[in-house]
Design a protein around this ligand. Sequence first.
Ligand code: HAM
Length: 415
Amino acid sequence: MINIPKGTKDVLPQDSYKWQFVEEKAREIAALYNVKEIRTPVFEHTEVFLRGVGDTTDIVNKEMYTFLDKGNRSITLKPEGTAGVARAFIENGMASLPMPVKTFYITPCFRYERPQAGRLREFHQFGVEILGSSAPETDAETIAMAKEFLNAVGVTKLTLKLNSIGCKDCRPNYEKALREYLKGRYDELCDLCKDRYERNPLRILDCKNEECKRIIAGAPKIADFLCDDCKKHFERVKTLLTGVGLEFTIDPDIVRGLDYYTKTVFEFVSEEIGAQGTVLGGGRYDRLIADLGGSDVKGIGFAAGIERLLLVLENSGKQIPEKSGVKIYFAPMGERESEVAFTLAEELRKKGMVAETDIVGRGIKSQFKYADKIGAEYVAVIGSDELEKGKANLKKMSDGSEKEVDFRDIYEFIK
Ligand code: HAM
């Protein structure tokens, strides 16, 4: 017996309707905002994530599924969706399209993390990337869209946490202040954070090591170091969100776990699933495209974890509507009848009606049991009488009522 790898999950046929529901809502909301689907490979050259996500992040340092392929190239399974979209944007010359270019994706992602509820090694994201606008209106629209998606899925009771983490002009001043603050306690930092101290001290704010967390608790906040442009941008985002009644709290501790962010960052957090409460996260990334070798195109986006959304729905007792199932089951009594039942079922299917008949050779009694188990709305026994008359007795399973219907009228009758 071979087991599934740790941190991965099967989506079984009896549960797949839940996934389809979330994915449908994602597509519906994307269409409302005129956002088009983009599909990028599940693996990329490792360089895309080293430069995109950043080589001082936990994701790159500890969590990537990286391997050499048979041609000795370093390949990485995508740990997130943004860097691949940025690579595709540059490679396909998408800067020549009308701006902004609005894209979404539904994709598996891979991170070698310690699995727990809501944290997997293979998980799935619905993500949105809006490229080619630096205006705060784009931030507001992106955040509003995230909220509409969560509403559509039925995930309520969420807190929207908002912060600004500055730009290339004001970030260095903050980094200086942070280094100054950490200087006296450098020796107490974890090895990774010692390395981050010089290269990217902002990352220390996101370290999961308990000692580092304690040290960082009293650190200066980036909000106090924003330049005028970043401040103005952030104020405008807040005004626009308030204007559409979108409530938020400012959380100066949100820095996000990826290096590409600038200015606005945000998270939607649920209290219903414990430690892994962030169901959706995102932010602006004004230098990512340039850092990956493209032109000066700015972007903003978000991604929601589908497993976490389903977990929230489950924990809050929300029912996901299951699509209507089998309308009619034809139960043939013998071989000739089975040919007719097969034809009747095929005719209904061609008209778009879900029909089933016996394809495993069950006796009539167990066919009834089976029809009941699969939730067929009607059952019609097809015997020699029925063949002769060209009519079937349609039994409604919910109340046991019966009605004789001409074979040709079954579709209309059920509809
Ligand atoms: P992220 O915060 O790393 O951001 O991931 C986004 C969401 O993916 C999280 O809020 C969570 O719901 C889900 N997620 C992350 N890791 C796991 C895991 N191990 N197991 C289950 N779910 C997980 C990004 O990935 C950015 N690319 C988002 C973004 C798009 N920013 C701008 N554009």
